[in-house]
Design a protein around this ligand. Structure first.
Ligand code: ADP
Ligand code: MG
Ligand code: ZN
Length: 500
């Protein structure tokens, strides 16, 4: 008997099948209080200290909608080019789970607050449009901790603890329509989408969007269809993938796994799956059919949400420039190529460069210092750029010293070294390390005389009509001055001396 491989190589998988994806992203809003009660939402409080009868689902407790939560939902919808419902309701999604004390989740079903939107992501210089099916409001559940098992999962646990602090925190679930892009780009497009969403949500100031703290969570639906087929295959839904990189890895893994199942004649099971960061695989969760019966019905304890068109327009007017639009504008005004811009973004240097350019530094110079010097140091130290002791102000000061001839690039680099080592202000570092460029005629002329004396053959060549040979003399002078000579000044003095 031959046993089929667990996974195919990704290239083999994509040669036979086209992947289709659908992404569900849950965003925890940064409202001060919960969605349907006044409890605080702060992260990290001792268990069950941020609860009340409403979020504990005690009999007779009545919820009230948090207006700020609705406002954030509308802003998110607008930023994703959605239509905003004129009238919509909450719905009860009924199921039993210990971390959901009401035995239903207050959510939205067939009447989401925002729907029919779109957005764009850029991967390798290509723009891909992603259709948004809906963005709806709901509440988070509590958090279960399973004790005693090896993996932290319920299997093998002796008991479980439940913390209801998170129960009732407002969530927005953003659901894409099916995404079909060139197969080789699929996983990267998914990653770019989640990363773009994070930037967008940050710019809207509606969430902390901390994937590590669970305030941004992604469920990735993936299915395969034979090349050229137009019928959708059976999807799996990989839950709670919690970093951009994991989104890409988990989708790639599912493509290779499903391809192995299908190509050996098997059927993909419609189920949820768990992503394992350490081993890089997904494992089976629970079987999930489209007919799962949550017995949705409109929430009778809450009034419908009917945002006036005036309010929606007011909110639209407050939206900041979309991050993608802003980037395109900056790239244009800085004159950077796509590749340069990608380096800037991947290096998290966009904001420092913006701030440095605002202080009058040319964009190319700002990029040179941030990406060339400071990013390397930050990397070595395991720090973010904005955590360095050198900020836009210092970069602008150093650049000014380059512009006025006090420093050249090489010396400027040493000044940055001194600044990062905490040796004081740029002036103090220059003083302590003796870094200023020499542009006084006296010492330069002495060095030129030494260079001429040491290189009679070069002088001979120049005199016999080859002025280009003088370059070697400039090199000798710079070496003599340990790189601390004003090169333009040296050239000028040397030309005068040799009569070039
Ligand atoms: P669920 O209740 O299962 O979470 P949702 O409607 O919230 O369903 O989300 C389903 C997601 O899966 C959507 O993004 C949708 O576009 C996507 N999807 C649906 N069918 C497929 C399929 N065959 N392959 C991949 N993705 C799919
Ligand atoms: Mg869903
Ligand atoms: Zn409460």
């Amino acid at each position: 008997m031959t046993v089929a491989a667990d996974v195919l190589e990704i290239d083999d998988a994509l040669a036979q099948y086209d992947p289709v994806m659908g992404l569900e992203v849950h965003v925890e809003l940064n409202t001060k209080s919960k969605m349907f009660c006044g409890c605080p939402t702060e992260f990290g409080a001792p268990p069950n200290t941020q609860t009340c009868p409403v979020c504990l689902g005690l009999p007779g407790a009545l919820p009230v909608v948090n207006a700020r939560g609705v406002e954030s939902a509308i802003k998110i919808g607008l930023a994703l080019n959605c239509e905003i419902a004129e009238w919509c309701r909450f719905a009860r999604k009924n199921y039993f789970y210990p971390d959901m004390p009401k035995n239903f989740q207050t959510s939205q079903y067939d009447e989401p607050i925002a729907f029919n939107g779109w957005t764009e992501v850029v991967v390798d210089g290509e723009t891909y449009r992603i259709e948004i099916e809906r963005a709806h409001m709901e509440e988070d559940t509590g958090k279960s901790t399973h004790i005693g098992g090896a993996t932290g999962r319920i299997h093998g646990a002796s008991h479980s603890l439940v913390d209801y602090n998170r129960a009732g925190i407002p969530l927005i679930e953003i659901v894409t329509k099916t995404i079909e892009v060139p197969p080789a780009k699929a996983a990267a497009v998914a990653r770019a989408y989640v990363s773009m969403l994070r930037d967008l949500l940050l710019s809207l100031d509606v969430s902390d969007v901390r994937m590590d703290q669970g305030s941004l969570r992604c469920d990735a639906n993936v299915s395969l269809k034979p090349k050229g087929s137009s019928t959708l295959g059976t999807r799996t839904e990989t839950k709670n993938v919690n970093s951009f990189r994991s989104v890409e890895r988990a989708i790639t893994y599912e493509i290779t796994r499903q391809a192995a199942v299908l190509s050996s004649g098997g059927k993909v099971l419609q189920e949820t799956r768990h992503w394992h960061e350490d081993t890089g695989v997904t494992t089976s969760g629970r079987e999930k059919s489209d007919a799962d019966d949550y017995r949705y019905f409109p929430e009778p304890d809450l009034v419908p949400v009917a945002p006036s068109r005036e309010w929606v327009e007011e909110l639209r007017a407050t939206l900041p420039e979309a991050p993608s639009v802003r980037r395109a504008r900056l790239q244009e005004s800085w004159g950077f190529t796509d590749l340069e811009m990608r380096d800037v973004i991947n290096g998290n240097a966009l904001e420092p460069i913006v701030a440095t350019v605002e202080l009058g530094v040319p964009a190319a110079a700002a990029k040179k210092w941030w990406l060339g010097e400071l990013a390397r140091f930050a990397n070595e130290q395991g720090l973010e750029l904005d955590a360095l002791s050198v900020g836009p102000t210092e970069v602008a000061e150093v650049q000014k010293l380059v512009d006025d001839g006090t420093l050249n690039d090489k010396l400027a680099r040493q000044v940055f070294e001194g600044l990062l080592a905490g040796e004081g202000t740029p002036a103090e570092v220059i003083e302590k390390r003796g870094l200023a460029l020499v542009s006084d005629d006296g010492p330069l002329l002495e060095a030129i005389d030494r260079a001429i004396a040491a290189n009679p053959d070069v002088v001979e060549k120049v005199n016999s009509g080859k002025p280009a040979a003088a370059g070697a003399l400039i090199g000798a002078v710079m070496k003599d001055m340990r790189g601390q000579a004003d090169a333009a000044k040296v050239r000028q003095l040397l030309n005068d001396k040799l009569g070039i």
